[in-house]
Design a protein around this ligand. Structure first.
Ligand code: SAM
Length: 210
């Protein structure tokens, strides 16, 4: 874990109360650096995140610094949702972020059953084709094979044609298979792999061009 990089991000985002990371569970600093750079450069209006924590705080801070955008974070664990929400007032970013309680529910996709976030509340809040940035760092891999695969099929109707997707832990075999499945099954996706500490897949939607 590159602590210097966490410190650099802390300074860049002026997080004067420090970076509240949890070893083993928070996204690695080089993944955070990638999503921060993208958020600050492209200033997405709607950012959706699968799993909450440090990533939620830094993305909310990016929206605040850009003066636009909102982060919607799906979280299945009520205790982790509460912990993430506790950051917002402390860091002054409440207006830029919503953590949505989203228990894992059964969903069947192409004949395979998965446990994935309930989307009812998120879908009530978002118009169609609105997600411009999607960050996927959950559900945890131990829950099932290809745990994060449902993200694109489940969120597809809310994803903007030019959306950029960041998939954490992309060095793992499951995540490599997930990217392959998405590319085979969904139209207009380009992907590149970044050799970050845990691997990062960056997918660019090119549906408007298809
Ligand atoms: C990889 S963690 C999410 C990390 C988040 N994106 C961040 O950067 O902090 C994925 C999920 O694991 C769960 N989780 C978080 N901290 C945990 C802990 N210390 N022990 C067990 N599960 C945890 C939460 O439900 C979280 O949504």
């Amino acid at each position: 874990m590159n602590m210097d990089l966490y410190q650099k991000i802390e300074q860049q985002l002026k997080l004067e109360k420090g970076i509240p990371f949890t070893p083993d569970w928070s996204a690695a600093p080089d993944f955070i650096e990638l999503i921060v750079e993208h958020a600050l450069t492209t200033k997405p209006q709607v950012i959706v995140e699968c799993s909450s924590g440090l990533t939620t705080l830094v993305l909310a801070r990016c929206c605040q610094m850009s003066g636009r955008g909102h982060v919607y974070s799906l979280e299945n664990g009520p205790e982790y949702a509460a912990k993430t929400r506790s950051y917002f007032e402390r860091y002054g970013v409440d207006d830029y972020v919503t953590v949505i309680d989203a228990p894992l529910e059964s969903v069947t996709i192409n004949g395979t059953d998965y446990q994935w976030y309930r989307t009812t509340e998120l879908f009530e809040q978002l118009p169609a084709d609105s997600i411009e940035m999607l960050v996927i760092d959950g559900p945890p891999g131990f829950i099932q094979k290809n745990s994060r695969y449902p993200a694109l099929p489940q969120l597809e109707e809310k994803i903007a044609d030019h959306c950029t997707v960041f998939l954490d832990d992309a060095a793992r075999e499951d995540e490599r298979e997930i990217v392959q499945l998405w590319q085979n099954e969904l139209r207009g996706i380009e992907s590149r792999y970044i050799d970050a500490e845990r691997g990062c897949a960056v997918l660019t939607m090119t549906r408007a061009l298809v």
